[in-house]
Design a protein around this ligand. Structure first.
Ligand SMILES: NC(=O)c1ccc[n+]([C@@H]2O[C@H](COP(=O)([O-])OP(=O)(O)OC[C@H]3O[C@@H](n4cnc5c(N)ncnc54)[C@H](OP(=O)(O)O)[C@@H]3O)[C@@H](O)[C@H]2O)c1
Length: 274
């Protein structure tokens, strides 16, 4: 893993870039996408809920980078769960993006119970067969939710996207995914911008980096795929400058020790949904 364009293999075949640009809370995200792609990012993480899929499409087109070199994700929100509604929703999503297909489509959260989760997942499987999406996955799922997919005889998700940073390490979910070779994407890898912490400051000083770069590097070295969000060009650029240093074992141990379990989550983190 040496650059923004490095990739990580996926269970169903193919590969995914090792870092993605998050675009939550950035409804005018075309500029951010364009800047990121020109800086070398090759993955963008959107969702129906973010209401900016068309903006992602605009940014991608403006970048001039060929569609097939870019990996774009969206997610279905629980308002649209259920087989038929999910099918319509995925089509709407692809139409809004305006680039023909999504590389990855996720169930945004396990909210709404087992029956609707499985119906929705079946719609994703069929969207993949129809070429609307290339790969499918889940978000905010714990092992028990993925077990339901296995019990239903459906293909495993390629990705589980969960909140993941040193303060919220979700170890049981990560171990489950690693055993099954499901790639783990780390959302809110910058603790939603709450970077004022002594240990992060110490490591930033030691490595002549900033706190955000320390967190992104931690995620990469753990084997996760971080999705840092920024709408500022200078931060989009600096968040990608993480391939010219390495955290040593002591640094990693110090970050491991910051884990506060579920208490450390700073977002909705609905992994315990029944
Ligand atoms: N699946 C899910 O349920 C879920 C939930 C949450 C997030 N996500 C995904 O994960 C992505 C990232 O998560 P997130 O947006 O919650 O939080 P994040 O990436 O951890 O943090 C974003 C915040 O940090 C600031 N920031 C970015 N770079 C910085 C830097 N170098 N120094 C200081 N501050 C910096 C940003 O402000 P500026 O924009 O002003 O730079 C923004 O306020 C989302 O955009 C979304 O794609 C998914």
């Amino acid at each position: 893993m040496t650059s923004l364009q490095s990739v990580t293999p996926l269970l169903s075949g193919g590969a995914m870039p090792v870092i993605g640009l998050g675009v939550y809370l950035n409804d005018e995200c075309a500029d951010a996408c364009e800047v990121a792609l020109k800086e070398g990012y090759r993955m963008i993480d959107s969702a129906r809920y973010y209401m900016n899929e068309a903006q992602v499409g605009v940014g991608v087109r403006r970048s001039g980078i060929p569609r097939e070199e870019i990996f774009i994700t969206s997610k279905i929100y629980h308002h649209d769960f259920g087989y038929e509604r999910a099918q319509e929703c995925i089509q709407e999503s692809v139409d809004e993006l305006g680039l023909g297909y999504y590389d990855l489509y996720l169930i945004h959260s396990p909210t709404t119970g087992k029956q609707k989760r499985i119906e929705t997942y079946r719609a994703l499987v069929d969207a993949k067969k129809n070429g609307l999406v290339k790969r499918i996955g889940v978000s905010n799922y714990s092992g028990k939710h993925i077990d339901e997919i296995i019990e239903a005889g459906l293909e495993l998700p390629d990705v589980n996207q969960i909140e993941l940073h040193p303060f919220c390490q979700q170890r049981p979910i990560v171990e489950y995914c690693q055993k099954k070779r499901i790639a783990v994407q780390a959302y809110s890898p910058l603790v939603t911008g709450q970077l004022d912490h002594d240990e992060l400051k110490r490591l930033a000083k030691k490595h002549y980096k900033d706190e955000a770069q320390i967190l992104i590097r931690w995620s990469l070295q753990k084997g996760y795929v971080p999705l840092p969000k920024s709408s500022r060009p200078e931060r989009i650029k600096s968040n990608a400058q993480v391939f010219d240093f390495e955290l040593d074992r002591h640094d990693m141990d110090a970050l491991e020790a910051l884990d506060r379990g579920g208490e450390g989550a700073v977002t909705w983190n609905p992994v315990d949904e029944p």
